[in-house]
Design a protein around this ligand. Structure first.
Ligand SMILES: Cc1cc2nc3c(=O)[nH]c(=O)nc-3n(C[C@H](O)[C@H](O)[C@H](O)COP(=O)(O)OP(=O)(O)OC[C@H]3O[C@@H](n4cnc5c(N)ncnc54)[C@H](O)[C@@H]3O)c2cc1C
Ligand code: FES
Ligand code: FES
Length: 1370
């Protein structure tokens, strides 16, 4: 290795660099101009019109942006295909490669790929925003597999893809057909090779013969959705009939022959990009640019630049430097080049474990296990070993393992001098390593383990899959037999997540070396560990007690694991008792299986059929357009927000000079620029469009900047300097109660009977009091808020396309802030990528903000929020505090409930009062209580305004009820299910707000569920399991629900629709509801098809638009199918009545003929339909009425298993049953149930919002810490119950809604509380082991922290005192 030359040499070397960069996209050659080094691949793809690739988060955490990259590997002489996140891949990183996007896989014109076909048919897409990402992950897996993948590989490849709508089960079903169970399906021969009468069932992947009988309305199959139809891949062109596989994009021959060149390119702001091909060139560059960042996967640097706003001037892509890519098996270990990708490393380890003696590969096995839970596949495909080491993150999953396994790092300086450093000594401080600025990491040497040398990995995260660790560890012990003793010759114990760097527990290590491996060693080592690893009270990341206890639990597990490995060895004095093996058994997840059981009750041509979502084909091909996909005209501008950084402060001054001199800047606007009224609000006008004098939350909008690009707009907005005078902030419900900080006129009361008399009269044998705390929840719709606004006729009219559940609100807000009449403002919404309530009111703010510059400049303006901003400022599900006092008899009959409910509304009222009211209505869930008193208050806090979210307060109200039900059971020593049953409401029950229950189906539902889940047996089996397992516990629970259907504000229960019949017999429907994935348009189209007795394919639902149907209520409250279905039916009936005289005169062979004949007779074939929900109304003055048209009932069973040492849990089984009357579309309804259940599971067990409040002092005051998929964990595929069965109650038509159906969107959400209470049941079993049988509070979400810390044992005892309750932002 020559040493460095000098500066001039580099300049001379410059001759060798080239700026010629090319890329193939979907088989088309693209020349990449210089100057784009700042761009990510997704920005480029979307700029060239390939908008099928979606931007969900921009931080590698959701997978919506997945594309497949292929390159030719000269070493193996093979094309390599892999999935990557286009949002993190720098554009030039794929130079010389082939990128295939969803558009390159298949499309409707030329034929869907079998993957797309199967996905659509299996109901795998709802809102469809995540869909292209799933298709591409699966596509890359298939293209990179020589044989059909296993089911396990399929689930593994989807670990980096999130879906917020479906609950994942149909996605797995869609892809399962490509697994080993039937690999023929991937070829076009599959359907041909099946025998007549045989069909491929996507649920099992095997041929079956359970398709519905032709003409039959009743589906005979348990797995109705999956097996509902023949699997016929339309993998041929609809135009020319050619087979799809003939069109599969091949690797471009041009790239096979092309020689790679070293690249020297540039980007925005003087950014330099190099891609050296030789180590020498790399070293020389590093000397010249000591601050340069080396790039491999960009999964750290990309995040630093995007989210942490770090600015780097020189980036050196080292992916092609051969010395950094070695993987060399030596006699004494493995040499791993620093740029080796994690997927490659994983493959190598797996191979070595198979090939080498078991004694040698203990470290390799530990790495394999750790890498299983390391990020998603897309990240592992690009992220490097060196990138992970050199970042030196305190929560790196691999660094503690390198330290434990005696790895050495080979470091080279710019002169070519090489030195070795022990991994154990390499990490110096927070993101600081033992490397000089001119040094780089060349490779890692991992020695083989020896006989009786054991290495083990540990990791506990919020979510098992694709999550960063809370605490992780790597541990090693090297034992020697000495007579009857096992002596520790050497050891390493390294932890991550407990300090600013990965650290060794050196005192513990020193203590155990030389000692005999016995329980005495364990006990002493645990004591030393407590002082060895100290986490400060205010340590960043919080959860201090949990983290401390994990350090002990991990060591305990390690001790048992090693002892178990040595079991049977003569030197081991004590073997591991079988009940303790549960501490070391690894988590194994079988592939998801589920059944969907329902009747098909058809009404006419289409109603009742399990039709596929009308947009499914558009979604699987990436052709479905969302707001941000709207092409930008050449004079269009991008908007970015100027936001408050303080929770409560007076604005002293605003200096916008920085913004004005920013590149691409066009304009900046504040409150004084608003042409109309700056005061806004969906119910009361208590917000400002732009804060004028005082800000009341972090993220409050103060102004808007418009610029030529999205990035430039954001840069300019960040350059605005604002001076504040800080004011006291209210940052929790407790603060608000103390300060009496409530929104005006929001105190509400409901009463039934007389609670005080009941408590005093002795009717109650026992009276309990307690508090229920529950955190909020982020909507995490995959498509962030987006609006595109433009003016017409010189500003006389304003039009917009918006991602909203309420186009009418956008119209109203924009008209209001611009001072225009509503008649001149139009809002259109084609579809949205999920809403869940988050786009009911808050979205209107962003449209209104964008409308100001658009109107003033007369130019189109697009605003699309980045994920972190979206989460930070657009509001969430309300956190709630419930204070209850409940009196009951010794039998468990509830006699009186006295309840106070508080919700955290944030800084404006928004819908918080209606949400509180619904919580009050639902706070008895399904229980008959003679005496009820409820007081509700809406708390004003200095947070962004919280808003609607699926269930709209109902789930919070019901969760409080189920908490005290569970407590009564503990107090009486009975099962909660018994308490539930004896308190059930029934037919004719009168609620505490005066509504009589009619057609109550609670009892049949409950009984059916009890039988289908074999509840008594399930409980018995859990008890047996618990007896035999000390450190894993199982719990079971059954929970009922009753959800009121209607908007509780009477005026909102109205709906309009417009139906046109054309002379070719097709029907165009528009209505006031928004398609957000819930299948509303599909159901409504089914209603129209059945009304006219035509096939569903003859009906088209156009976009929702305020100029077609005026004054529409938001699409919310689950009632849209009821209301818009009825409005469309009304319009259809009107047209049918007009057609009738013609129809009755002739025998028309088709609807087209009839329509033409009517046209000839000058009959109006267009009608406006209208519907109002009858017989509802509620008077708050008397607290009585009928707020709901009817109730949707349901019940669920869940069985969970928890790891009591770490808090890890999984749901082994969930059975859900719902009464949906005669379903309009059972496939869509099942999708809603599964999606709601999984979303509810997220709320109750995974998703924790962490705000800068008194409980989280390490977060800046009022800021949201959990503002991206990196820190906020919605359920992934791994969180779906192993067995997930859904059934619809049969034989109970609903007389109160269209075609006897019932509403479905929100009701199943709360049923996920069965998982929460099953977790609590399991915790109780764990606590019983240490003699704790008393009731205890479990706040939601029941994250690993709360689960573990509630399982009191010797590993929690040193860190907590009585009454300890993990911190929660409420
Ligand atoms: C969604 C997501 C999930 C993640 N999950 C995990 C996880 O579960 N566990 C975990 O530990 N990490 C995780 N990470 C962090 C990250 O993916 C890993 O640290 C990864 O290994 C970094 O590799 P890279 O090649 O992408 O690094 P890059 O971003 O390309 O580089 C990172 C840093 O390393 C330096 N560097 C790279 N190579 C060298 C070298 N040879 N010599 C000197 N310096 C070098 C660069 O200068 C840069 O500072 C995750 C990241 C994301 C975005
Ligand atoms: S947008 Fe790329 S992973 Fe989310
Ligand atoms: S369908 Fe997956 S996020 Fe909507």
């Amino acid at each position: 290795m020559g040493s460095l030359k000098n500066e001039e040499k580099i300049e001379l070397m410059g001759e060798e660099w080239t700026e010629e960069a090319i890329l193939y996209v979907n088989g088309v050659r693209k020349v990449l101009p210089d100057g784009l080094a700042h761009l990510t691949l997704i920005e480029y793809l979307r700029d060239i019109g390939l908008t099928g690739t979606k931007l969900g988060c921009g931080e590698g955490g959701c997978g919506a942006c997945t594309v497949m990259v292929s390159h030719y590997d000269k070493k193996s002489k093979k094309c390599v295909h892999y999935a990557v996140n286009a949002c993190l891949a720098p554009l030039y990183s794929v130079e010389g490669m082939h990128v295939i996007t969803v558009e390159g896989v298949g499309n409707r014109k030329h034929g869907l790929h079998p993957i797309q076909e199967s996905f659509a048919r299996a109901h795998g897409s709802q809102c469809g925003f995540c869909t292209p990402g799933f298709i591409m992950s699966m596509y890359a897996l298939l293209r990179s597999s020589q044989t059909a993948p296993t089911e396990e590989q399929i689930e593994e490849c989807l670990a980096g893809n999130l879906c917020r709508c479906t609950g994942y089960r149909p996605i797995v079903d869609a892809f399962r057909v490509f697994s080993k169970t039937n690999d023929a399906v991937y070829t076009n021969m599959s359907s041909l090779s099946l025998k007549e009468g045989e069909f491929v069932c996507p649920s099992t992947g095997k041929p079956c013969s359970c398709r519905p009988e032709i003409g039959s309305n009743v589906h005979p199959c348990k797995e109705g959705v999956a097996c509902g139809r023949t699997y016929e891949p339309v993998s041929y062109s609809e135009i020319d009939g050619s087979t799809y596989t003939e069109k599969e994009l091949i690797f471009p021959p041009d790239l096979l022959l092309r020689k790679l060149n070293p690249l020297k390119l540039s980007g925005f702001g003087g950014l330099k990009w190099y891609r050296p091909l030789e180590l020498q060139h790399l070293l020389e560059l590093k000397l010249k640019y000591p601050d340069a960042k080396l790039l491999v996967g960009n999964s750290e640097v990309g995040i630093e630049m995007r989210l942490k706003r770090m600015q780097y001037q020189v980036l050196i892509s080292v992916t092609h430097v051969p010395e950094l890519n070695v993987l060399s098996v030596k006699d004494d270990g493995l040499e791993i080049g620093a740029a080796v990708r994690l997927t490659e490393l994983l493959k190598t380890f797996r191979k070595l474990v198979n090939e080498r003696p078991a004694d040698e590969t203990s470290s390799c096995k530990a790495f394999i296990e750790q890498l299983k839970w390391f990020a998603g596949t897309q990240i592992k495909n690009v992220a490097s070993v060196g990138g992970n080491i050199c970042t030196a993150s305190p929560i790196s999953d691999l660094n503690p393992l390198w330290m434990a396994s005696r790895a050495k790092f080979q470091i080279i300086d710019s002169k070519g001098n090489i030195r070795m450093a022990l991994a154990e000594d390499f990490f110096l401080g927070y993101r600081k390593v033992n490397m000089a600025s001119d040094e780089i990491l060349l490779s890692i040497f991992l020695p083989w383990t020896r006989r009786f040398e054991f290495v083990k990995e540990f990791k506990q995260a919020h979510r098992r899959e694709d999550d960063i660790a809370i605490v992780n560890a790597g541990m090693r012990v090297y034992l020697e037999e000495k007579g009857v003793e096992l002596i520790v010759l050497d050891a390493s114990i390294a932890y991550g997540g407990v300090a600013p760097l990965s650290i060794s527990a050196s005192k513990t290590k020193e203590f155990i070396i030389g000692k005999n491996w016995t329980h005495e060693l364990l006990q002493s080592a645990l004591k030393i560990l407590q002082t060895d690893i100290v986490i400060k009270e205010d340590a960043p990341g919080g959860m201090v007690e949990f983290r401390r206890s994990l350090t002990l639990s991990f060591f305990f597990k390690f001790f048992l694991w090693v002892s178990h490995q040595m079991d049977g060895n003569k030197s081991v004095r004590e073997s591991v008792p079988s009940t303790h093996l549960s501490a070391v058994q690894p988590f194994h997840r079988p592939s998801v299986i589920g059944s969907q059981d329902y009747d098909i009750i058809k009404h006419g041509t289409s109603v009742g059929s399990p039709e596929v979502h009308l947009s499914a084909k558009l979604q699987v091909t990436g052709e479905a357009e969302y707001t941000d996909d709207t092409p930008m005209p050449s004079h269009g501008l991008h908007a970015a927000l100027v936001m408050s950084r303080k929770p409560h402060a007076r604005i002293l001054s605003i200096d916008d000079s920085g913004a004005r001199s920013s590149p691409g800047f066009v304009g900046i606007y504040f409150s004084e620029d608003v042409p109309g009224d700056n005061t806004i609000g969906p119910v009361v006008y208590d917000e400002e469009l732009f804060a004028s004098e005082v800000v009341t939350c972090v993220g409050q909008v103060i102004g808007v900047v418009v610029a030529d690009t999205h990035e430039n707009a954001k840069l300019a907005a960040r350059s605005v300097h604002i001076e504040y005078e800080e004011l006291p902030a209210i940052l929790s419900i407790r603060d608000a109660i103390e300060a009496k900080s409530f929104h005006p006129n929001t105190e509400k009361r409901l009463n039934k009977g007389d609670v005080d008399i009941c408590f005093q009269s002795g009717q109650c044998d026992i009276i309990i009091e307690g508090e229920v705390h529950m955190g909020g929840q982020e909507h995490f719709y995959l498509e962030p808020h987006s609006s595109f606004v433009w003016t017409l006729d010189g500003g006389n009219e304003v039009h917009m396309i918006s991602s909203t559940q309420a186009p009418q609100k956008h119209q109203k807000y924009v008209a209001h802030v611009l001072g225009l009449p509503m008649s001149k403002v139009v809002c259109k919404t084609k579809r949205i990528g999920g809403g869940f309530g988050g786009k009911e009111t808050r979205s209107a703010l962003f449209a209104a903000v964008a409308s100001v510059p658009s109107y003033l400049l007369n130019r189109p303006v697009k605003i699309t929020l980045d994920r972190d901003i979206d989460m930070m400022i657009s509001g969430q599900r309300h956190s709630f505090l419930g204070k209850y006092k409940v009196g009951f008899t010794n039998e468990g009959k509830v006699m009186a409930l006295d309840l106070e409910i508080y919700n955290n509304a944030g800084n404006s009222l928004d819908l918080s009062l209606a949400i509180l009211e619904r919580a009050m209505f639902h706070s008895h869930n399904v229980y008959e209580i003679p005496n009820v008193r409820i007081l509700g208050r809406v708390c004003f806090t200095n947070y962004p305004s919280h808003t609607a979210f699926r269930g709209f307060g109902g789930p919070q109200g019901m969760l409080i009820a189920e908490n005290w039900i569970q407590r009564i059971a503990v107090e009486l020593g009975k099962s909660p299910e018994e308490i539930r049953e004896i308190n059930f409401q029934g037919e004719g029950s009168i609620t505490h707000y005066g509504q009589k229950l009619e057609f109550c189906t609670l009892a049949p539902l409950w009984n059916e569920l009890k039988v289908s889940c074999d509840f008594l047996n399930a409980r018995k089996e859990a008890e047996i399991f618990n007896l035999n397992n000390r450190w894993k516990k199982r719990g079971v629970a059954m929970v009922p629900t009753k959800f009121g259907i209607s908007f509780t504000l009477k005026l909102m229960n109205q709906a309009g629709a417009l139906v046109h019949v054309y002379t070719d017999g097709t029907v165009l429907v528009t209505h006031g509801g928004v398609e957000m994935g819930q299948g509303l348009h599909t159901k409504v189209a089914q209603v129209a098809a059945s009304a006219f007795n035509i096939p569903l394919s003859s009906v088209f639902i156009s976009e929702t638009s305020t100029d077609k149907v005026p004054n529409a209520s938001p699409t919310a409250a689950s009632a849209s199918s009821d209301m818009y279905g009825a409005a469309v039916l009304d319009a259809c009936e009107q047209i049918k009545a007009r057609m009738e005289p013609i129809a009755s005169k002739n025998n028309f062979s088709s609807f087209a003929e009839l329509a033409s004949a009517c046209y000839v007779e000058r009959i109006d074939l267009s009608a406006h339909g209208f519907y109002i929900t009858p017989e509802i109304g509620f008077d708050w003055n008397v607290g009585k009425g009928t707020p709901f048209r009817y109730f949707t009932y349901g019940a669920a069973f869940a069985e969970v298993e928890i790891d009591t040492l770490t808090g890890d849990f999984h749901t082994r089984a969930a059975n859900v049953i719902l009464d949906l009357g005669y379903s309009l579309n059972p496939a869509i309804d099942v999708g809603q149930i599964e999606g709601a259940f999984i979303q509810g599971l997220g709320w109750l067990a995974l998703e924790e919002m962490k705000w800068g409040d008194a409980a989280h002092k390490w977060i800046p005051s009022g800021h949201l810490y959990t503002c991206g998929p990196g820190s906020y964990k919605i359920p992934s595929l791994n969180d779906v119950p192993f067995k997930f069965n859904v059934s619809l109650l049969k034989g109970h038509p609903n007389v109160k809604a269209i075609h006897s159906s019932k509403a479905v969107g929100e009701p199943p959400f709360f049923l996920a509380s069965s998982v929460f209470f099953a977790i609590k049941d399991a915790i109780m079993a764990a606590r019983a082991e240490t003699g704790h049988s008393e009731w205890f509070p479990l706040d939601s979400p029941a994250t690993p922290e709360r689960i573990r810390m509630a399982c009191l044992d010797e590993f929690t005892a040193p860190f907590i005192s009585d009454g300890y309750r993990p911190k929660l932002s409420v």
